[in-house]
Design a protein around this ligand. Sequence first.
Ligand code: AMP
Length: 114
Amino acid sequence: MNDCLFCKIAAGEIPSSRVEETETLLAFDDVNPVAPSHVLIIPKKHIGSCLELAEDDRVMVGEIHLLAAKIAKQRGLADSGFRLVTNTGPNAGQSVFHLHYHLLGGRGMSWPPG
Ligand code: AMP
């Protein structure tokens, strides 16, 4: 999508601190981290949120979880734990309308979230 920030990051038009990349996914550090480890995992193709996922996206969604686990292990978060979350819509505080998963770790987190 022309005007989408994360599409531009995926295309390399806007710089990011890249963590991992696959054929379909990109992982990069959040520019405003809220935990010692705060990585965003996005599909390279534009999907506005999980509400726009199609049957054909099943494999890609599974790959997001596998990539999150790989990054968590790389960063030493497997034992201490981490959170993988996708904000969807206004009540959840979604601010970028390109599907993304926050991988948060490196500190204790409360539940339920605020
Ligand atoms: P959400 O509020 O769930 O939509 O999350 C959007 C996230 O994108 C926020 O945590 C922002 O800090 C992050 N963000 C916004 N712009 C950039 C950018 N240029 N590079 C990396 N992360 C960004």
